[in-house]
Ligand binder design. Structure first.
Ligand code: SAM
Length: 499
């Protein structure tokens, strides 16, 4: 089905929210200090202010932050909820704000990220393995372990608050189990526990990193291979995955300026000429973002799109973004194309994602189309962006639970689709034209292996040459961004000129 101009069905141009533009994770939310302490006058004061029911005399005030964190974890487990989408809603519905909101977010996200480590510690302190513990009880205990091992909350407060939570939400019997486990956990620091529960790094490096940095073993293996086998660098990468990403903004050229974003409180970025980082506050409150002249977008996501526009071409008027939804790269490509008198076609197989592209672009034509069954003539384009569907292993920072949801069994199906799409992208570009093959995953099966298969059809350009401002992109000819080196998602770029 085609979706031409004017058929956006409500996703009006110039009304962008700044979300869903290549940095869809937990950006834009309250950023808590590490190990955020419960604030003085915190939840009780907020409850009173927000007109919530007063607590009965003699009862401890309901711990809104921990209850919200707990409910989020249960929703992630029971309903496959996305933590970064549900948390703001929970906080808004319950009128949890300020320090309590920051605490709830830190506890939930931190626990979800760290639960691979925490389950090993729980196993060492329990008479049964975590798999045999009732999931609601296990989630509450995990929250307690996170507070004990990774926050500055005093141990007695962490234990007693967790016991209260278990009593209230799970039952009095299970609180005895929680009490016994947490008291043992409290006896050691995280470093001391890791000495006990993680295999020694020199004997089993993958096992050690799996436990110490709380990632599934298959992901640790894939990332180790992608960084070239260096264990210390893999550790740095995994550590970066456990940090919340900074909120990156793009000033779409010709529509907004970085100076405008800086005036709104953002800081100029190191690499992308169009990027700035927002240290705090709601990006949607910046006028340029509200008007879709600027947007939230990872810096690497900007740079791979820019690299495609920088390859010199003798003829340069028609551009295609083949998997464009939700429209982050399309928004930038559309702005650059407009400056050059070129025209972008944005396509996505999903109608609702194509509609989002409509909201991020101004001049582009946007259609709903399957890239493997092209709705365009062969050789019709001078430049093609193929930002392929992938495992997203390069964006694990954005969704706290994502690492536990990804399934290695999806890889063969994804790589088969990536190959079909790349073949189609090469058919769509004219001889001499250029295709950018991009993934938000550094997994070698999704990156190099896919590109190597088309080498006989293309000239592989050195992508790093089109990003001279960025160091550390690898040995080439591809460019690989990394969270631990560049502070960006682990985005992969190959630039392929059709022979
Ligand atoms: C990684 S996302 C693209 C992100 C986008 N380039 C951006 O910067 O916002 C991959 C997109 O490919 C789309 N997609 C998946 N299979 C497709 C196909 N066969 N044809 C076209 N689009 C497809 C998905 O719906 C998804 O929106």
């Amino acid at each position: 089905m085609k979706q031409g101009r004017g058929q956006g069905g409500g996703a009006r141009r110039g009304q962008g929210s700044g979300q869903g533009s290549g940095q869809g994770g937990d950006s834009g939310q309250v950023r808590p200090g590490r190990g955020g302490r419960p604030g003085r006058g915190g939840q009780a004061a907020h409850a009173a202010k927000a007109g919530q029911p007063k607590q009965g005399r003699g009862r401890p005030p309901r711990d809104e932050a921990r209850n919200a964190a707990y409910d989020l974890m249960r929703a992630v487990d029971e309903r496959d909820a996305y933590a970064n989408l549900l948390m703001p809603t929970l906080l808004r519905q319950r009128r949890i704000t300020g320090r309590d909101a920051a605490l709830a977010t830190e506890l939930a996200y931190g626990t979800l990220r760290g639960l691979g480590t925490y389950d090993e510690v729980i196993a060492a302190c329990s008479d049964r393995p975590p798999e045999e513990v009732d999931p609601p009880l296990l989630d509450a205990v995990r929250l307690g372990v996170h507070q004990l091992l990774r926050t500055r909350i005093p141990p007695h407060a962490a234990v007693s608050a967790t016991i209260d939570l278990v009593r209230l939400r799970v039952g009095p019997g299970p609180s005895r189990y929680a009490n016994a486990v947490l008291r043992k956990v409290a006896g050691r620091t995280l470093e001391q526990w890791l000495e006990i529960v993680a295999p020694p790094r020199d004997q089993d490096p993958i096992g050690n990193l799996t436990v110490a940095y709380s990632h599934p073993r298959w992901i640790v293996t894939a990332l180790r291979d992608a960084v070239g086998g260096d264990v210390d660098e893999t550790a740095a990468l995994l550590e970066a995955d456990n940090e919340r990403p900074r909120v990156a903004l793009v000033a779409r050229p010709g529509r907004a300026t970085v100076e405008e974003l800086v005036a709104a409180g953002a800081e100029r970025a190191a690499y992308s000429p169009y990027a700035a980082y927002l240290p705090e506050g709601d990006p949607g409150a910046i006028p340029a973002v509200g008007e879709a002249r600027a947007a939230v977008q990872d810096e690497a996501s900007q740079l791979v799109a820019l690299a495609l526009t920088r390859v010199p071409l003798d003829q340069d008027s028609t551009w295609l973004d083949m998997c464009a939804g939700p429209g982050g790269k399309a928004g930038l490509l559309d702005a650059v194309a407009a400056q050059r008198g070129a025209r972008l076609l944005g396509a996505d197989v999903q109608y609702h994602r194509a509609r989002l592209v409509w909201g991020t672009t101004r001049e582009a034509k946007v259609i709903t189309a399957d890239g493997t069954r092209p709705a365009w003539r062969p050789g019709a384009f001078d430049r093609v962006m193929l930002d392929a569907p992938c495992t997203g292993l390069g964006a694990l920072r954005r969704r706290p639970e994502a690492r536990w949801r990804r399934d290695p069994r999806s890889i063969p199906e994804l790589t088969a689709l990536q190959r079909r799409l790349l073949g189609s992208a090469l058919d769509a570009v004219r001889p001499g034209g250029v295709v950018a093959y991009v993934t938000c995953s550094p997994h070698l099966a999704e990156t190099r292996a896919v590109v190597e298969d088309v080498r006989d059809r293309v000239e592989v350009l050195d992508a790093r040459a089109f990003l001279p401002e960025v160091p550390g992109l690898g040995d080439g000819p591809y460019a690989q961004f990394w969270p631990h080196r560049h502070g960006t998602d682990a985005m992969f770029l190959a630039l392929l000129r059709r022979s």
